[in-house]
Design a protein around this ligand. Structure first.
Ligand SMILES: NC(=O)c1ccc[n+]([C@@H]2O[C@H](COP(=O)([O-])OP(=O)(O)OC[C@H]3O[C@@H](n4cnc5c(N)ncnc54)[C@H](O)[C@@H]3O)[C@@H](O)[C@H]2O)c1
Ligand SMILES: *[C@@H]1O[C@H](CO)[C@@H](O)[C@H](O)[C@H]1NC(C)=O
Ligand SMILES: *[C@@H]1O[C@H](CO)[C@@H](O)[C@H](O)[C@H]1NC(C)=O
Length: 364
């Protein structure tokens, strides 16, 4: 039996998720829910039912949905997710899991209640389902690099003045959610967590402000030193004020608004005891097949192929397997919250100049 799925929030990204639901043979699109009248139009375009609220759907004579995808504004993610779980509905919630760490914690506590433990919660950090990310994760898990020692990452790119005006003024101010940390770095942090586990120590050096007129008080970049609970260490450079190909979007082409560069765009270099790997050119360097593992040998260079995939479709496929087959959830509520906690710690490290330590247990 196909899973009956509803989409809550039919703005920009909701209808995109609906397409994935329609194209997956294991799911059916049961309804769109959105209090705005535009939701009804979106529902009729997708030939599905429309309700202004979850309560209205639950009172209708439609069968209860099995699962929901929450695509509403950030500050509504926690209350809507709780309402759905309360109604015994599995949830895929768009990132970020919450708009504050406190509300994120309250949701985690809610999901840990014994009467809710059968319900699944997946957070929509869909870059985990990007083809390059999936291939890198496979390579790491296969042990092909040996023990992982260190990672070096980059997110560097130039945002024009227009990005910060004409409705984008909020991006200049940290108070209103602007800054390269919550907007961009958060995605890399989640991928680093996916690859290497939790980050537990952070030091940060801010870049000099580049945009002074009109004034920007949100950070524009930093050099970070990271330590992971696993013992892996890392450095990461983030900056949105430099023309550069070294960032996830230009390297993978995942954002249609940012042109993909054909080469020289590596944004992660991962160093293991037996080999190193750069991403997304997927070049593996080792002494495999050499007389000895030694710097005096000529390094062997391999290029690893990556298949084109549609992350939203893979993410939904994973959600289905989590519900139907008990597959372990790729990005849990805890993972979603951890990305926010680390971003907040990066800010604190920048402001205080001190090294910030984080526990692995977020609720402790
Ligand atoms: N993973 C991604 O690549 C990605 C991309 C874009 C957006 N997002 C996330 O998805 C979320 C939505 O983003 P968007 O760009 O689609 O926003 P949007 O503003 O275009 O759409 C949000 C919709 O939610 C509706 N809504 C508001 N309150 C509601 C409620 N209580 N119940 C039901 N519907 C409600 C609004 O009427 C609106 O139609 C955000 O959290 C964003 O961070 C993720
Ligand atoms: C590194 O490679 C050698 C030789 O192939 C192998 O014996 C060893 O187990 C590998 N080390 C790790 C940590 O995988
Ligand atoms: C909240 O959502 C918007 C998209 O609507 C996103 O661009 C923004 O970065 C998010 N805010 C935070 C604090 O994560």
């Amino acid at each position: 039996m196909a899973l009956k799925i509803i989409i809550v929030g039919a703005g920009l990204i909701g209808p995109r998720h609906a397409q994935s639901v329609l194209s997956n043979p294991s799911t059916t699109l049961q309804a769109l829910i959105d209090p705005a009248a535009s939701g009804a139009t979106a529902a009729s375009n997708l030939k599905t039912n429309y309700f202004p609220s979850l309560a209205a759907l639950l009172q209708s004579d439609l069968p209860k949905p099995d699962a929901a995808i929450v695509c509403t504004p950030n500050h509504t993610h926690v209350p809507i997710t709780k309402e759905l779980l309360e109604a015994d509905i599995h949830v895929l919630v768009e990132k970020p899991i919450s708009s504050t760490i406190e509300s994120g914690k309250s949701l985690l506590e809610y999901t840990q209640r014994p009467d809710k433990s059968h319900l699944k919660l997946l957070v929509g950090h869909h870059r985990r389902f990007n083809g390059y990310v999936q291939k890198t994760k496979q390579i790491l898990d296969s042990g092909s690099l040996g023990r992982i020692i260190a990672v070096n990452g980059l997110w560097t790119l130039f945002k024009p003045e227009s990005y910060f005006s004409c409705g984008g003024e909020w991006r200049r101010s940290r108070e209103s959610g602007g800054g390269v940390i919550p907007i961009n770095l958060v995605h890399d942090i989640d991928i680093l967590h996916y690859f290497f586990g939790p980050i537990t120590q952070i030091h940060a050096e801010g870049i000099l402000p580049q945009r002074e007129n009109p004034s920007h008080d949100a950070e524009e970049g930093a050099a970070l030193t990271l330590r992971f609970a696993s013992g892996v260490v890392g450095t990461f450079l983030v900056c949105d004020a430099t023309p550069s190909p070294h960032n996830f979007e230009a390297g993978t082409g995942e954002n249609p608004l940012i042109p993909k560069v054909s080469e020289g765009s590596d944004f992660y270099r991962i160093f293991g005891s037996n080999a190193s790997l750069s991403v997304p050119d997927m070049t593996r360097w080792s002494y495999d097949g050499c007389a000895q593992k030694s710097w005096s040998e000529e390094l062997k260079v391999e290029k690893i192929g990556v298949q084109e995939v549609t992350p939203f479709d893979l993410q939904l496929g994973h959600f289905v397997d989590v519900i139907n087959k008990g597959e372990r959830v790729s990005c849990s509520g805890e993972d979603g919250l951890r990305a926010l906690v680390v971003c907040q710690a990066v800010r604190r490290a920048l402001e205080t100049g001190e090294t910030v330590e984080l526990g692995v247990d977020l609720l402790g």
